[in-house]
Ligand binder design. Structure first.
Ligand code: FAD
Ligand code: SF4
Ligand code: SF4
Ligand code: SF4
Length: 350
């Protein structure tokens, strides 16, 4: 891997060290940060569309080049993680929580906490949130979307198990539409890219000033989009009819409303997993302001890790507005919950 003290770093280095090594997660950080706008994600692959000035900014903001955890923790929290936080990253509180409004509960993947937090962010003066919406022409193709209303946020609820180049959406919101106060929701790898853009040694000051809340998701894997759609069709599932996908207790499900269209052991879909996920050691979005996932809480609830002051303020505000109810998970401190087990699994397989 290159470092800043060596020769000039170009787009070619990014391709050689990240894309060609199957490490690219398609987060879009490189496209978002290139100062001369010569990177474009083409079908999830960073592509050069103009002359690279060899500034090294894309390389040094990519979450898959050397990621200096300790420096970033110092910059974000003023300390590094302690022994208790080794598997989860730094946190100040852990809750089982759920959204109260029925329309959010109905549409959300789990407890609807993410949707409720983002909705509250707009009520608290945010301009917009960057969510994973869906492409209108291609079923279940995630599309980074700038949501400016509660309805748009609710429409984007639910898990898409294939990648969304979230930070391309951030670029549009901040660089093109000049929005000044945005929230971003993303998988751990996307949140890592975003953390570099906002805290790293080659950070971008526009993003630093505009991103006001980072909501991270738990994540074990994502599927390759094309293989995923082929798999569904081979199993007589019309992707356009699916309203929700779920991975639970070692099984993968596709539902159409109340009807279950497909169920398979997770082993059967393992070959759809993107190769970049095998090289990932972050389960719980360790660099988010607040992280949310389904494991570790009763059905219908989400597990929430509050990590920063901003994360705490966002949760408190949503509770105060009656959007979220939350209860501390006392047993988390013992360090042997499913969250710890899955995080350990990811770190040991890395
Ligand atoms: C690819 C993926 C894998 C996951 N794996 C696990 C796991 O192994 N264990 C676990 O406990 N939890 C996992 N989660 C998190 C879980 O599926 C829920 O997202 C989480 O519990 C929040 O639920 P909610 O009801 O609060 O979310 P909702 O209120 O339904 O909101 C979900 C939000 O996530 C955003 N989103 C959906 N898909 C993506 C995507 N691909 N990229 C970026 N943003 C997206 C949506 O825009 C929406 O705003 C995963 C999520 C994803 C996206
Ligand atoms: S960010 Fe710099 S190194 Fe990367 S492609 Fe753009 S000009 Fe080239
Ligand atoms: S910044 Fe993101 S999209 Fe760009 S090469 Fe790195 S991982 Fe891939
Ligand atoms: S497993 Fe890691 S690399 Fe793969 S989508 Fe999840 S966070 Fe990103």
């Amino acid at each position: 891997m290159n470092d800043l003290s060596s020769d000039k770093i170009s787009f070619t280095n990014l391709i050689e060290d990240v894309v060609d090594q199957n490490r690219c997660v398609a987060c879009g950080a490189c496209e978002a940060v290139c100062p001369v706008n010569v990177i474009k994600l083409d079908n999830f692959v960073p592509t050069l569309i103009g002359k690279c000035i060899e500034c090294g900014i894309c390389y040094n903001n990519c979450p898959r080049t050397d990621f200096d955890d300790k420096t970033l923790e110092e910059l974000i929290h003023g300390r590094t993680r302690n022994e208790k936080e080794a598997l989860t990253g730094i946190y100040s509180g852990v809750y089982a929580a759920r959204a109260i409004p029925p329309d959010i509960q109905e549409r959300a993947q789990d407890g609807g906490v993410v949707t409720a937090l983002l909705s509250q962010f707009l009520d608290d003066g945010g301009d917009a949130v960057i969510v994973a919406g869906l492409d209108e022409e291609h079923p279940w193709l995630p599309k980074p979307t700038i949501a400016r209303t509660r309805d748009e946020i609710v429409r984007a609820a639910g898990t898409k198990y294939t990648p969304s180049p979230t930070l391309v959406g951030l670029k549009k919101a901040v660089k093109e539409e000049k929005l000044e106060k945005v929230a971003v929701v993303g998988t751990p790898c996307q949140i890592r890219g975003l953390t570099r853009l906002t805290y790293g040694p080659m950070k971008n000051i526009k993003y630093k000033n505009s991103v006001d809340l980072k909501v991270g998701l738990f994540c074990m894997e994502t599927f390759n989009h094309d293989s995923f759609i082929d798999y569904l069709r081979e199993n007589n599932v019309d992707p356009a009819k699916v309203t929700k996908f779920e991975i639970k207790k070692g099984r993968f499900y596709a539902h159409a409303g109340e009807e279950r269209l497909h169920r398979a052991r997770l082993k059967k879909v393992k070959n759809l997993i993107r190769s970049c996920c095998a090289q990932c050691d972050d389960f719980s979005s360790e660099y988010a302001d607040i992280s949310v996932g389904n494991v570790g809480s009763p059905p219908g609830y989400s597990t929430v890790l509050v990590r920063t002051e901003k994360g705490k303020k966002a949760l408190d505000s949503a509770i105060k507005s009656g959007l979220i109810e939350a209860e501390t998970i006392e047993s988390f401190e013992k360090g042997d919950t499913l969250v710890h087990k899955l995080a350990a699994m990811k770190k040991s397989s890395h």
